[in-house]
Write a protein that binds this ligand. Sequence first.
Ligand SMILES: [Zn+2]
Length: 405
Amino acid sequence: MQRLQAFKYELVPTGEQQHDMRRFAGACRFVFNKALALQKENYEAGGKFIGYVAMAKRLTEWRNGADTPWLKDAPVHPLQHALKDLERAYKNFFAKRAAFPKFKKRGQRDSFRYPDPKQFKLDQANGRIFLPKLGWMRLRLSRPVQGTLCNATVSFSAGKWFVSVQAEREVVQPVPQATSAVGIDVGIARFATFSDGSYLAPLNSFKRHEARLRRAQRAMSRKTKFSNNWKKAKARVQRIHAHIGNARRDYLHKATTTISKNHAMVCIEDLQVRNMSRSAAGSADVPGRNVQAKSGLNKSILDQGWFEFRRQLGYKLAWNGGWLIAVPPQNTSRTCPACGCVSAGNRLTQAKFACIECGFEDNADVVGAVNILARGHRVAACGESAQLGRSAKQEPAEAAAQLTA
Ligand SMILES: [Zn+2]
């Protein structure tokens, strides 16, 4: 089977290269926004969706036109790729997978991609990469790239430039080393509880850094916008954000690697994490209920990174020959694993499960995990209605593509 994997490295650019990379990222953002504005305008005038090919023709006009001659200085392929990004955003919106595309803002995920391996050269022996209109640039080659190069994305984050190189290689369809199956219940008090009774402690990296972050944000708001001190304060806020992100990624990667190595089948609840963490405040017409409590929960959910946890489990299990099964979440926390009785009365407190029929008692999260595992077995054995999910077949390319060092 083909494995697509991304390898991300920090770049060591010269001052001039940094300057150019900022300009290129800005040009891509400009093209994306201009195309989005055009698309909207065209729609309001009753026109049909403008496809990539037609839009790319406009790009050529913009590059050769008198209004934006500086677009000509940026490499053309990343600019075209920005149009592809927009088209994909529209497709996701049409398929109801995502919200309507938004205009990009400066300083938010500045990046540009060279979509074809012919457009760059990676010299691993000397730890450098050649990028069009930028020339050779040093990079911190922390590990070798494996496979055939596919594309390269340059991005800016927390004051540093990175390049993420995607490569594809043929790997033997793996046979799982482990033979066991496990159910996992994700929660707030415990990040994840396993059906064998063990659990992962909550990931509170965000909470721990929250006070520091708030202080830094307050300090930034007191500075005159765009002054030197404001820029310094802003860089500090971004560093704290990056730190939180790194700690969370590290924790999740370690956890999901261990789980996918030790189990051949992993069952989880098919929770719509995206819906759960959607803005609790609601809109002006329809204000949300329990905003305070929900925003706390939202933050916890985002903090815990359940969605990321599940995504990583999906592709890592596929890499190890294992299987991730998402089961319907109804009543997993209210069903007695001993007698099968379903009642809200079984779950009087958040932490404890006590069956009103047979008196069975256990930790509520463990009971949830046991029920999830049982349901997963039924799904695997006789196809009980469930989304057989996110394992080898359904999202490998995209999941793997997102993987970074
Ligand atoms: Zn019972």
